[in-house]
Design a protein around this ligand. Structure first.
Ligand SMILES: [Zn+2]
Length: 440
């Protein structure tokens, strides 16, 4: 068998079920897959098209972002310091109505993809309008993605048109190894009962994942109780969520009973701490999720609310926040935080058979993170250094399906300078278009 790439040396944090850490080993990669992991000395004479020396590097699975709105990169910084409903209703939705056409979504998605690669994100779960354009951009970037067909339909009865589109996309990307599709009713306050139950039926029949926002604000919970006499997850239970595998973004206001219900299902929560804090939506109940055994992983949410895609610092910050609010420093140790960034994220998105850990037979989605610098010298515990000391700037290589998307800190599939120039060109146009939105 021809070996495409050998990564040799370094410290491999496999994130396999035994959490093995391997020193001085070599990862053999062929046709996008990890074909073997052997002592480096045994790999010395194996011919390969490319050899990467991982000396002074941690090698980890790629980070998985379980909730994003990629094209919002162009809206970053246009509306801040507001609560969610005002931020959405008075600023973001009017701006999107004016701006978010197909070419905007493609260009902004390309920008977001480049930024995600720099942040070590190898897979994202994205939800936005014109999702076919985001898919094109992510495919060009070479990233792995679960892309949602977004549905906003508060009065709706049917979603025939959306399902036709989704079927077309699934067919188009059928042979693509990295782009898969989900169905995404936006939230319980933007889609009718009928739409949600049809989506759950579709997800069950087609085996696609259902992606939605849930229990993001207290107002959403209060409104749901008023309208349906139930908390949001019990309302979705009535509409049939247990038929499907769901990824619920936020889950800030889930109560103990709802978490109990969730933990009996394969569904998971995407935790978006910084977006929730900035919009003062609240803090998700990670301790209860953890105690009840419900799966959760990290998401950045869109950069208009985060305002960056630095999922490593998001994970580190989240773990420290929850240690303090629970008065329990043992909660979310560094190793678990990395598991939430990798294998738990893969489980949440239904890709743990092929990604999320470095194991023979899995796809080669991985990062090299250089620790030869002042802030990470004297590395006693690689998990501790990665979560509490290392910054995203130390990520030197990003690989998806055996293909390098970043090598020695340089993007290989996208032209970073051209992407920045394009963003600057859009700035003038965006400012002109939104003048009347901002004057409100
Ligand atoms: Zn969101």
């Amino acid at each position: 068998m021809n070996i495409d790439t050998i990564i040799t040396g370094g410290t491999i944090l496999t994130m396999n079920p035994a959490f093995e850490v391997l020193e001085e080993h070599a990862i053999l990669i062929s046709s996008g897959k990890i074909t073997d992991i052997i002592p480096a000395i045994q790999a010395q004479n194996i011919p390969a098209d490319k050899t990467i020396d991982a000396k002074n590097c941690l090698i980890t699975p790629g980070f998985i972002n379980t909730h994003s709105h990629l094209p919002m990169t162009y809206l970053r910084g246009l509306a801040d310091d507001l609560p969610l409903q005002r931020w959405l209703g008075e600023y973001i939705w009017p701006m999107e109505a004016k701006l978010a056409n197909a070419s905007f979504v493609y260009d902004a998605s390309l920008h977001g993809a480049a930024e995600m690669i720099r942040n070590g994100i190898t897979m994202t779960n994205d939800m936005y309008f014109h999702s076919d354009e985001s898919a094109k951009a992510l495919s060009k970037a070479g990233m792995r993605a679960l892309i949602s067909k977004l549905i906003i339909n508060p009065e709706g009865e049917t979603i025939d048109e959306e399902i036709r589109f989704l079927e077309q996309m699934r067919e188009l990307y059928d042979k693509d190894g990295t782009i898969t599709w989900a169905i995404a009713p936006h939230a319980i306050y933007t889609c009718s009962d009928k739409i949600f139950s049809t989506c759950f039926d579709y997800a069950k029949e087609s085996g696609t994942i259902l992606h939605t926002h849930l229990s993001e604000t207290k107002q959403e919970v209060d409104d749901c109780r008023k309208a349906h006499g139930l908390s949001p997850l019990f309302y979705l239970k009535k509409l049939g969520f247990e038929k499907a595998k769901c990824i619920f973004a936020h889950g800030v206001w889930l109560n103990e009973e709802e978490i109990e219900l969730l933990s009996d299902t394969p569904s998971a929560v995407s935790i978006c701490t910084q977006s929730n804090l900035k919009l003062t939506s609240g803090i998700a109940p990670l301790m209860t999720l953890s105690q009840k055994g419900a799966n959760f992983a990290f998401g950045t949410d869109g950069v208009a609310s985060n305002n960056d895609l630095d999922i490593l610092s998001e994970a580190s910050f989240t773990s420290q926040l929850h240690k303090t609010i629970n008065n329990k420093p043992q909660f979310m140790p560094a190793k678990e935080t990395l598991a939430r960034l990798t294998i738990h994220g893969a489980k949440a998105l239904g890709t743990d058979e092929i990604t999320g850990s470095l194991e023979i037979g899995k796809r080669a989605d991985l990062l090299l993170i250089n620790h030869r610098n002042l802030q990470s010298a004297n590395m006693y515990d690689p998990y501790s250094h990665l979560i509490y000391a290392i910054g995203k700037e130390q990520i030197s290589h990003v690989m998806v399906e055996g293909r390098l998307l970043m090598e020695q800190g340089k993007l290989s599939t996208l032209d970073e300078e051209a992407i920045i120039d394009r963003a600057e060109e859009y700035k003038t146009m965006i400012l002109r278009e939104i003048r009347d939105v901002n004057q409100k």
